[in-house]
Ligand binder design. Structure first.
Ligand code: FES
Length: 110
């Protein structure tokens, strides 16, 4: 489990970046928390710096959108999904359980 921080510091519409095996972005979408790999699969951009649009985040560099529930891009220029990760909240503290692979992450939500 990777400690993210206090839930109070991650209000709706905000994101946080933590370091796992790879950087991970955590988003609060209207009170629901999502975590995906932070690095875009197209080039080296940080998705936690992107724009939230419902349950998707738009990459700040070339505007590919990734579904926060599945990690899949909605279209080019990104073609590969990012990993998704489980998020839990315990006593006001946010944690991420890092997935091991893209396949496992995508399989779980198909
Ligand atoms: S770096 Fe994300 S779409 Fe190009």
């Amino acid at each position: 489990m990777i400690f993210v921080g206090e839930l109070a510091d991650l209000p709706p519409g905000e994101s946080a970046r933590v370091q796992g095996e790879a950087p991970i972005a955590v988003f609060n979408v209207d009170g629901e928390l999502f975590a995906i790999d932070d690095t875009c699969t197209h080039q080296d951009a940080s998705l936690s710096d992107g724009w939230l649009e419902g349950c998707a985040v738009e990459c700040p560099l070339h505007a590919a959108c990734f579904d926060l529930r599945t990690g899949r891009p909605s279209g080019p220029p990104a073609k590969k999904p990012v990993r998704t990760h489980q998020v839990s909240v315990d006593d006001g503290l946010v944690y991420v359980l890092e997935s091991t692979s893209v396949d496992a992450a995508v399989e779980g939500v198909s």
